[in-house]
Design a protein around this ligand. Structure first.
Ligand code: PLP
Length: 433
């Protein structure tokens, strides 16, 4: 298989590196964990993205999750084209914001009131400030390998790019602040109880990805999520489900909808903006009532509720609300993951396919991956070989073992077939251990 030719991407990367740190605006895009030049993207439609060198790929990144309908979905494009001539930002309330808030509250019943922000990071930071303001406490429990955006309090043993770059924390986060974050292994409820017992009256919140997607894809063990809500209540804290990635992805109501759970607060992002920058946090009306101007916990944003982002989000959620696309996503994702498992098995390459709806990760590991410590033991070199082999064959996957891939409604059976054909070749070409 001939390597993809990327002369224009290489030229742009060189130029970019002179004016943008590392040449990218978000670290994982630099392909540091897998080597090689990241293709610079020119356009995308359906499940395909095209780079500036004329190569086309079947895309399983989907802008890291938002593109559940596929790129440039006709309804979203139509709505945006109608909205743009009406102006791109007013810094004043709009009717469309109300509609988006209503649809969010309808699809995620634990959310009685919601505030729109501009990113998932902002949603998580704001939810934490609210939890601190509401409880009058400072400490936070989070889980190793979970990622809640790049807010200071969350960058302790974080997942996603932080895990990809192998950094346990980051300079710039004052130790005094990092000390307020208690980071525990994902799924260990006993340690959560112990943390509450060891820190009486000082833990404001426990935040988790209800299905973790930022150390690869890890499902919560049975009773874990219920247990977090129960323990938070027992110890006077709030349970925050960060569904920035899983919200509207694993089903219309996110992971909490799948399990029928009601966390006190929920963070949303990605899909809720239909591919434009947006985030949201919401929850019980009395807790959300503490947010300014209704309450005293300050939170604000110049572009919050941006009319274009709200338009794209509304067009997307209106399609997702009926739930009709999820069985198709499930069928295609299940076939893809079963096919990948079979291909790896035939080639004698030990992998674990872990999946939640249309999110999945191929772990290069002999045993199931249950937490960050397991994920870190995966064969990262083999992952790099797999990633690059697939890229050369026109399959664009998340460029890190510590990320999830996404299937969209625009992937067709033929795309899954092509992906599996590529995978068969790639697995059989990987070196035996
Ligand atoms: N929370 C989770 C679970 C995420 O996956 C992400 C991003 O990947 C974030 C928060 C941060 O969102 P954003 O990148 O929009 O700031």
């Amino acid at each position: 298989m001939k390597k993809k030719s990327l002369p224009e991407s290489s030229r742009l990367l060189k130029l970019a590196s002179q004016v943008i740190p590392g040449g990218v605006n978000s670290p994982v895009r630099a392909f540091k964990a897998v080597g090689g030049t990241p293709p610079f993207i020119e356009a995308a439609e359906g499940c395909r993205i095209k780079d500036v060198d004329g190569n086309t790929y079947i895309d399983y990144v989907g802008s890291w999750g938002p593109m559940i309908l596929g790129h440039a979905h006709p309804d979203v494009v139509k709505a945006l084209l109608k909205a743009v001539p009406r102006g791109t930002s007013y810094g004043a309330p709009t009717g469309a914001e109300v509609q988006l808030a209503e649809i969010i509250c309808d699809m995620v019943p634990s959310i009685e009131k919601v505030r729109l922000v501009s990113s998932g990071t902002e949603a998580a930071m704001s939810a934490l400030r609210l939890a601190r303001g509401y409880t009058g406490r400072a400490k936070l429990i989070k889980f190793e390998g979970c990622y809640h955006g790049h807010g200071d309090s969350f960058l302790v043993e974080a997942g996603s790019g932080v895990a990809t770059l192998g950094i346990p924390g980051t300079p710039g986060v004052p130790p005094e602040l990092a000390e307020l974050t208690i980071s525990l292994p994902y799924g260990d409820l006993d340690l959560v109880r112990k943390a509450f017992q060891d820190n009486p009256g000082s833990i404001a919140a426990v935040i988790c990805e209800p299905a973790a997607g930022n150390m690869g894809l890890i499902l919560p063990p049975p009773e874990f999520l219920e247990g977090l809500i129960r323990l938070a209540e027992e110890y006077g804290a709030l349970a925050i489900f960060d569904e920035v990635m899983t919200g509207f992805r694993v089903g219309p109501g996110g992971v909490q909808g799948m399990f029928g759970l009601s966390p006190h607060l929920t963070c949303l992002g990605k899909i809720v903006g239909g591919g434009l920058p947006i985030g949201a946090f919401g929850g019980r009306a009395d807790i959300m009532g503490r947010i300014a101007p209704e309450g005293d916990v300050y939170q604000a944003g110049t572009l919050s509720g941006n009319p274009l982002a709200v338009t794209a989000g509304l067009a997307t959620l209106r399609i997702l609300q009926s739930g009709e696309i999820y069985p198709g996503l499930e069928r295609k994702s299940s076939r893809l993951c079963q096919g990948l498992t079979d291909a790896a098995q035939t080639a004698g390459v030990p992998v674990q396919l872990q999946r939640c709806g249309s999110m999945f990760t191929v772990y290069f590991s002999e045993k199931p991956v249950r937490n960050f410590s397991d994920a870190k033991q995966c064969d990262l070199e083999r992952f790099g070989g797999y990633f690059n082999g697939m890229l050369e064959r026109g399959i664009y996957l998340a460029p890190s073992q510590f990320e999830a891939c996404f299937v969209s409604a625009a992937h067709e059976e033929i795309d899954i077939t092509r992906t599996l054909e590529a995978a068969e070749e790639v697995f059989s070409s990987l070196k035996q251990p």
